[in-house]
Design a protein around this ligand. Structure first.
Ligand SMILES: [Zn+2]
Length: 141
């Protein structure tokens, strides 16, 4: 079993037909271990995940901790180090994700161009369809 049983499900991945045999794979947005664990947690327990980030991002407001039952606070506090590491690596993780999106966008464009090139149609119609499809991809990504 994958260390990321929910993130690795086909419906949560960008690879298509077939889904890559391992996770993370080349289609995964980031391979950062903290990002992967963070993502898995978001699938496993979205309410906990949202609350964790809420408590982490409001650490500078001590009244929030004071208003939270200690055992509940402790259940979030154990993951604050991961949040800190993610924040410290935020620029790199964001770059990983934007590079991944750009790669998928280019693959979609290449696929559309291959399909259109293979169609026996009037060159002008091909040109119009090409521009229309590339515009759709631009909007999608
Ligand atoms: Zn893949």
């Amino acid at each position: 079993m994958s260390a990321y049983p929910l993130s690795s499900l086909p419906q949560h991945r960008w690879c298509r037909n077939p889904v890559c045999p391992t996770y993370p794979c080349i289609h995964t947005e980031s391979h950062d271990p903290d990002w992967l664990e963070n993502t898995e947690e978001a699938f496993r327990d979205p309410d906990y995940h949202s609350a964790l980030w809420y408590y982490f991002l409001t650490l500078s407001y001590p009244e929030i901790k004071q208003q939270t039952p200690p055992e509940k606070w402790a259940s979030y506090e154990v993951n604050f180090d991961r949040c800190r590491r993610i924040e410290a690596k935020r620029d790199q993780i964001d770059k990983d994700i934007s590079d991944n999106i750009q790669r998928r966008r280019e693959q979609s464009q290449a696929l559309i161009l291959t399909i259109l090139d293979g169609m026996k149609i009037d060159p002008y119609i091909r040109h119009v369809m090409r521009e229309r499809e590339l515009l759709k991809i631009d909007k999608l990504w």
